[in-house]
Design a protein around this ligand. Structure first.
Ligand SMILES: Cc1ncc(COP(=O)(O)O)c(C=O)c1O
Length: 352
């Protein structure tokens, strides 16, 4: 650490990307919930065409993308703000709305805590119940901003919009941020309709998972005009041209080729439905997943051991130090999952 670093950043804990960097080299990557499928040919075509215009700054309002998305979602373009990945949107939300602190579940997306620490935001966690669901009973949150990933990561569990609505109604002084990074895999209702009914809701989404654009870095939030303007002001202060031209074009191409994504989502969900019972047959407990990953623990072998053994066999999954028995496994192609199941079978036989 240099002597020049601001004292407020001396104790920050950055997001650990080491296993992701390692897995770039000839691993089957089942560790970061990306799509195993390439972006649609139209997304690639539009991005390539945009490359020749890179001498100009990108459109700070992402107009074409915003118009198309607003049509699809049935909202006005001014209700949408785009981010360099939904992580950037989360960063804007922590900058804008967490003066009175925030709350999130004890088992959820690790970035909420990282951002809270970075912004010096006081946070509380809410323990998930025995079914890994967020209890929505009334507690006085005193205006803290509530972050709910739905479906949740890493558990994969989906909470019905009525439960989220209860949180919203019981906490009118709090902003409720619903992070729907995985909603396209749920086959269940989004909480989007709640932005019409309540003034304290922000929906966050990403093109990284179901739309195969993790490397392009594109996310967005949808909310009412007033909150969207607050978020846009933060964005335009920090990074007015945050979405590069190729990413805007790729995003538009992906929206225009919706059927391609629907097919991929269906294939990922049907693969998930085959892999879950196969893992259970091997002695894993697997939570019901509404996402493109499974959260599983084995009855006899620790999560760390399974992680290491798969890594030796060039398959990278995600292990969480704090959840020692559990691992999170992204759903890859059917072929990748067959290989995973074969290797796991051998590992379990070997350990028994
Ligand atoms: C719940 C959740 N939210 C947000 C993100 C961030 O996604 P991105 O920044 O790629 O849009 C992730 C990434 O894994 C996630 O799991």
């Amino acid at each position: 650490m240099s002597k020049f670093l601001h004292s407020k950043y001396k104790s920050i804990t950055p997001y650990d990307t080491s296993s992701e960097i390692e897995s770039f080299n000839d691993y089957i990557r089942l560790n970061t919930n990306e799509s195993p499928f390439s972006p649609s040919p139209l997304a690639v075509k539009y991005a390539s065409e945009a490359a020749s215009g890179l001498n100009y700054y990108s459109d700070p309002e992402c107009s074409a993308l915003s118009n198309k998305l607003s049509e699809m979602l049935g909202v006005s373009p001014t209700q949408i703000v785009f981010g360099n990945g939904s992580d950037e949107i989360l960063n804007f939300l922590f900058s804008a709305f967490c003066e009175r602190g925030c709350v999130f579940p004890d088992i959820t997306y690790s970035f909420y805590k990282i951002l809270a620490d970075f912004h010096g935001v006081d946070y509380r966690t809410i323990a998930l119940n025995n079914f890994y669901l967020l209890p929505v009973d009334y507690v006085d949150l005193n205006g803290r901003t509530i972050f709910v990933a739905n479906p949740n990561a890493p558990t994969g569990i989906y909470l019905i919009p009525a439960a989220i609505e209860t949180l919203i109604i019981q906490n009118p002084q709090s902003l409720v941020v619903v992070d729907e990074a995985y909603i396209d895999f749920a086959g269940r209702e989004s909480a989007l309709k709640l932005i019409r009914r309540y003034k304290n809701v922000v929906i966050v989404r990403t093109f990284s998972k179901s739309r195969s654009l993790a490397g392009a870095r594109l996310g967005y939030c949808v909310t009412n005009e007033e909150l969207a303007q607050d978020i846009r002001n933060i964005k335009n202060t920090l990074t007015p041209y945050n979405i590069n031209a190729m990413t805007q074009a790729a995003g538009l191409g992906s929206l225009e080729d919706d059927e391609y994504y629907r097919d991929n989502i269906n294939l990922i969900c049907s693969t998930r439905q085959l892999v879950k019972p196969a893992l259970e047959q091997m002695g894993f407990e697997v939570l019901e997943s509404a996402t493109n990953f499974l959260f599983a623990r084995h009855e006899n072998i620790s999560g760390a051991r399974i992680f290491e053994a798969l890594k030796e066999r060039k398959i990278m999954i995600r292990h969480f130090m704090s959840l020692s028995a559990w691992n999170r496994i992204t759903i890859g192609t059917p072929e990748q999952m067959q290989k995973l199941l074969r290797e796991l079978g051998e590992i379990i036989n070997h350990e028994a």
